[in-house]
Design a protein around this ligand. Structure first.
Ligand SMILES: [Zn+2]
Length: 175
């Protein structure tokens, strides 16, 4: 069993009913290969924890394969080519965060459906900015590291934000 420490080519866990698919224009996407129930655990990310200054010195790939987990702390899978890093953003997601490093189903997910979450749930870096091509009717067009401030998203994703963002939201709203 200890072989996994030396031979594993992955650092995250993903549900066996998930696979990645190469999609024209969108790169890899994470897709359900069988129906999944609301609340089911989909992914637990792994890797190493670095502060923001260190993250910015890493190769672009390692920066891309990261998620902010606390103020000034990020989890990156580094150069590991992990299935779990293929989760894309959607403005109408079917998955959300549970705690800092886990992704769960927000609703039932059908076989063949792409698994997405909203980067507003984890991204609190004000310099982050991304054009969104999710194509959903409620698409925000541009996704930023300040989207957690949007009251409608605070309502919709209550319980699914990274804890450090939920603390910011609570402070902002005087809770
Ligand atoms: Zn969008």
């Amino acid at each position: 069993m200890t072989d996994i420490l030396t031979t594993s080519r992955r650092v995250a866990w993903s549900h066996p009913h998930l696979d990645r698919k190469l999609t024209e224009g969108a790169g890899y996407t994470l897709v359900a290969t069988a129906p999944m129930a609301k609340g089911e655990l989909l992914v637990v990310w792994g890797g190493i924890i670095v502060d923001t200054a260190t993250l910015r010195t890493l190769p672009e790939m390692a920066q891309h394969r990261s998620i902010q987990v606390e103020e000034d702390l990020h989890l990156t899978s580094g150069m590991v080519d992990d299935l779990a890093d293929c989760v894309n953003h959607s403005c109408n997601p079917n998955a959300g965060l549970q705690g800092q490093i886990a992704l769960i189903a927000l609703r039932d997910i059908a076989a063949g459906e792409e698994v997405c979450f909203d980067y507003a749930m984890c991204d609190g870096d004000p310099s982050f900015r991304m054009t969104c091509l999710c194509g959903q009717p409620n698409c925000r067009g541009v996704i930023t590291g300040d989207d957690w401030r949007i009251p409608e998203l605070q309502q919709r994703y209550k319980g699914y934000f990274s804890p450090y963002l939920q603390r910011r939201i609570d402070r902002l709203n005087g809770c």
